[in-house]
Ligand binder design. Sequence first.
Ligand code: ZN
Length: 266
Amino acid sequence: MKFKAFLAMMLVAVCAWAQAPDTYPANYAKGPRFHALLYYSTTEEPAHVEMAEDAIKYFKDLTVGDGWILTTDTSLRPYLDNMDQFDIIIAVNAQPHDPAEREAFQKYMENGGGWLGFHAAAYNDRNTHWPWFNEFLGCGAFYCNSWPPQPVLLTVDVTNHPVTKNLPVKFVAPENEWYMWNPSPAENPDVEVLLSLDQSNYPLGLKDVISFGDFPIAWTNHKYRMVYLNMGHGNREFTDATQNLLVVNAFRWVVSQNPKGDPFLK
Ligand code: ZN
């Protein structure tokens, strides 16, 4: 009898909870919330292709339960006229090279498109011949890199940003070839640098040694819905929970800023 009374009490409690959706903490998706394009290349240097293979697996795993749709492609050509079907483009190791792809990508970004770019996806030098791309990235050309790939200590610059607020203020990132840019994105008033290389890493490298300098690692250019992450070289990039948290945070934040509405509130 006591057990039955307990069950009845629990039933009342559960019903009361179910009838109070405003106080219910979870928001279950009724269908896929958004659509992402993972854009990659198989013709880059082997370490950047390894990164792409790991990224495809990592992001595919995040679709379990059909919370969102992931399309993977090595070309933007199939989407020149309808790139806005994607809430975000995850540029793992690739960037548009031919004029039609560049024009479509620029139009997409200027009209509220989303971009999460890793490492070589932002690589540009004097042969790139795409001034808008630097305006979009918020920085100049590739300047130098450390070598060989190695872990580094990173420092969070903005501790209350959605991309960094649940990260340790300092953490060690897995092995990567770290890219420096000139001019630095830190000099751009539209850019918010979220994460930097800790100065205690200097001198950084065993073959190619970087000895000084402000070294942004993750940033957003507020003129666009984008985040750039310096990580993306080799097969260690998704082996660390803290860095994976940064990746998910950045991905989720770019998606959530969609001018069509935050899909996570659906
Ligand atoms: Zn690299």
